[in-house]
Design a protein around this ligand. Sequence first.
Ligand code: NCD
Length: 309
Amino acid sequence: MGIRHLMSPLDFSVEETEKLLDLAQDIEQHRDRYSHICDGKRIATLFYEPSTRTRLSFEAAMMNLGGKVLGFHSESSSSATKGESVADTIRIVSCYADIAAMRHPKEGAPLVASLKSGIPVINAGDGGHQHPTQTLTDMLTIRSLKGRLGNLRIGLCGDLKFGRTVHSLIESLSRYEGISFVLISPEELRVPSYVRNGMRAKGIPFEEVVRLDKDTMSGLDVLYMTRVQKERFFNEADYVRMKDFYILDREKMLVAPEDMIVLHPLPRVNEIAVDVDDDPRACYFRQAQYGVYARMALILTLLGIEVKK
Ligand code: NCD
């Protein structure tokens, strides 16, 4: 088989995704079994856009597996400032590392890189398009905390237009039975039409609403909050108008379902008040921890490494 990359969550079938999540769960439970499985392997993290969780969790994931890391964390510290293309960069990186994770402000840049790459390339977020490893993280979190990935009513709130994590999560969950979505956003920040058409084509029930209140939250199993993606706005005034559109605070949580978990890919800005953090339903910090296990499982899967039990 040729080199396997991850550009969109749909690159893995439902069966492959389940297998990867099972592996992540096994890693969570038996960390030491995996601590040397990638001895001598290297991951390159090629980040042309800022990141805390995604880059550091990829690096932590490889270190937890016994491997090493190299890379850059901003466009300005790479040869991109001299005009080098991602295609040339990945050719070079293929000589230095066994696998690469790339984040880029341009949609499709990791895909372009993967076409010229000698090693697996992981899309670690491309512009406002997709973020498949956040989706693996979200799926692992939901499956671990709710016990299932089907038969769920999921609310997604905030910037559904530019929020790439939302696009990937909708596409991935749309493959499960009994999924329905409540899409909560200002008019201007509704999901892109390709995402809406994808749900329609699969017959997934969804509603688009503007308000985040008791009615919209009623019956939700998961509320997935997102920040307004400041860096994707064309003008500051629009961002300022939108940025505090939703604030989930303790008062709103009083009228939310008792078994509704709150997720957020983070970073949060103002959309979740800090007074929600102590609520047992607030699971966004645990979600970040699941991200390490999901990425460890992904690295092993793409490198074709199996643990001997
Ligand atoms: C997200 C991203 O980069 O798209 N963050 C992350 O990877 N955890 C969400 C965001 O930046 O708002």
